[in-house]
Design a binder for this molecule. Structure first.
Ligand SMILES: [Zn+2]
Length: 586
């Protein structure tokens, strides 16, 4: 539907483009009386081209036609089993009993404090993991039918892997995932919580508590959706796998990593038709209308520790530069060179490219005229970069970001600090690799070491990156390194069905209330970083509308919450997603 509209828009603008030279034609008519008809033709063409080029800014001699880049916008709803639509979508999900039941189910899960601390030891040794037994038991008690019909395996004790075996084993399975753990409550933030962090209190609009949004909403919505399908007698043809890790919020690798390995053993590489994990809030008001932004790729990640180690001593015997001064110089040069080291780029390798093209192609969006024009130009990428360079929130999608987040040194007024260290956090764009980033950093920082006669050392995880080096060193240590993820293509059947079901669930009645679905880029990372081997079609998506809560739901913050509207539409999304993929021709 949307695509047709866009094409009409473009046909119209093409006509406009062709009609302008007719002013030249009008002028030519007077000349016609004195010139030979062939000369007239030549002049018309020349004048027309010149006019076109002058007014439409094409640098080449031949005008190039814009080829729409925004993915097709198609609504795909389940066709089989209309009785399930009738029973669940039309009646059950709209009933107050189901609303109350769903709120109660989510609230009960929030009450179980599955906090995940950065320093957690192995699952069999650290008692703090035991609370996850309570959550697994809660799921069993709350969803008995699901636990009767689906196969449940536990992976590394607390990983929960459910298999809903399809009747046709030749169809590729689908994988829906999320995590059971939640961000811990910092002691000093407790007074700022309006309700106790694990109350699960429903205030009439929101279910409150840590994990209500991130991401027990997703887990409970999946459980409720599958249960409703089971109650309606639905039996999938295509196997549905639900996998829930338990350490997404910390760097241990005990949960989803083990689930991923297990799935690869059981199903093999590239075995899943699609994987959908948690993601940023999926439906947002952008560019003056509604956009759905399934994240088709994640930026890479790296922490850089810069450490200066020099002799200490009494402050009265001060050298020209202390470790703090030298480290400051490093930080300054890193920040000054960031634009050169990590330039912004606007290329089709970046999912954000398609988001901007969708915004430019849609006549209802409110992006600025210069930006719209630049996006649509075949050679407009530099202009797009320039135009967005002052828009911090957009520019960060076009490049590797760098943030100096920790700076530590010094302990006493009269003591020369031996050590100074800074931590710099990188989110690496699809255009670069870890190696590119490290090379740029070495070239930038090494001259500072040389200037101060310090030995320059680089290290990574396997070199014991954080161990202390001898006096007289300036070291760069990188760890927690992750390459940018592969980009899932929207030129696939999986995308077609996925984006189609998003429109089916989130389009609203009324002109201009339909949702533009476009691939997006995730700035942060999810458990999908472990799943790259399992599918080429991996998306991160929060199936809910942002405007249910202006405060972003207190994600990783105090007063986390989710509205029951949002939870209901998450249930509906997974319900319809499973049905559409069951019928999909993949
Ligand atoms: Zn999460």
């Amino acid at each position: 539907m949307e695509e047709k509209k866009l094409r009409q828009e473009w046909d119209a603008s093409d006509r406009g483009g062709a009609s302008r030279p007719s002013r030249g034609l009008h002028w030519m008519l007077r000349v016609k009386q004195v010139l030979h008809p062939i000369c007239v033709l030549v002049l018309i063409l020349t004048t027309g081209y010149t006019f076109y080029n002058n007014h439409f800014g094409h640098s080449s001699n031949l005008p190039s036609k814009y080829v729409p880049q925004c993915p097709a916008q198609e609504v795909i709803s389940p066709k089989a089993h209309p009785s399930i639509t009738e029973r669940n979508v039309e009646r059950l999900f709209k009933s107050s009993e189901f609303k109350e039941l769903s709120i109660e189910r989510l609230s009960g899960a929030v009450k179980i404090p599955t906090e995940d601390f950065d320093d957690m030891g192995p699952v069999t040794e650290d008692k703090r993991w035991d609370v996850f037994f309570d959550l697994a038991q809660y799921f069993k008690d709350t969803f008995p039918l699901l636990h009767e019909k689906l196969e449940l395996e536990t992976v590394n004790v607390h990983g929960l892997l459910y298999t809903w075996r399809g009747s046709n084993s030749s169809l590729q399975p689908i994988l829906l995932t999320g995590h059971q753990d939640v961000v811990p409550i910092a002691e000093d933030t407790k007074p700022q919580w309006k309700n106790p962090p694990f109350s699960g209190y429903f205030d009439g609009t929101y279910i409150n508590g840590r994990g209500s949004h991130d991401c027990k909403n997703n887990l409970l919505a999946m459980f409720s959706a599958v249960t409703a399908l089971l109650e309606a007698g639905f039996q999938p043809q295509r196997t549905v796998v639900l996998g829930f890790g338990f350490d997404e919020e910390s760097p241990q690798g005990y949960g989803a990593l083990e689930i991923a390995k297990h799935l690869e053993n059981v199903w093999g590489q590239d075995s899943f038709a699609i994987i959908v994990d948690e993601g940023a809030i999926g439906i947002n008001k952008m560019y003056g209308r509604s956009f759905a932004n399934p994240q088709a790729s994640e930026k890479g990640y790296m922490d850089l520790l810069v450490r200066v180690h020099v002799p200490g001593g009494h402050s009265s015997m001060a050298p020209p530069h202390t470790s703090i001064g030298i480290l400051s110089e490093v930080v300054t040069v890193l920040e000054n060179e960031a634009r050169t080291n990590f330039p912004s780029r606007f290329t089709s390798n970046n999912p954000f490219y398609y988001q901007l093209h969708c915004a430019a192609e849609d006549p209802q969006t409110d992006i600025s005229a210069p930006l719209r024009k630049a996006i649509k130009k075949s050679d407009g990428s530099k202009e797009v970069v320039d135009l967005l360079s002052h828009d911090f929130a957009s520019d960060v999608y076009l490049r590797t970001s760098q943030a100096v987040t920790i700076f530590k040194s010094g302990s006493k007024a009269n003591v020369l600090p031996q050590f100074a260290e800074a931590l710099v956090n990188y989110r690496i764009s699809n255009e670069e690799t870890l190696l590119d980033v490290r090379s740029a950093l070495i070239d930038t920082v090494k001259p500072v070491a040389e200037k101060h006669n310090l030995e320059f050392v680089t290290r990574d995880e396997k070199d014991n990156a954080t161990a202390y080096l001898p006096e007289g060193t300036l070291s760069l240590s990188w760890w927690r390194s992750l390459e940018p993820s592969p980009v899932s293509t929207h030129k696939s059947n999986s995308w077609r069905y996925f984006s189609g079901v998003i429109k089916h669930v989130f389009d609203e009645p009324g002109d201009g209330n339909d949702v533009v679905v476009t691939p997006a880029l995730a700035q942060g990372n999810t458990d999908t970083k472990y799943f790259w081997n399992l599918s080429a079609q991996i998306y991160r998506f929060g199936p809910l509308r942002a405007w249910h809560d202006k405060g972003w739901g207190g994600l990783h913050d105090v007063n986390e919450r989710i509205s029951w509207d949002a939870h209901m539409e998450s249930i509906l999304f997974y319900h319809e997603f499973i049905r559409v993929f069951d019928e999909a021709d993949l």
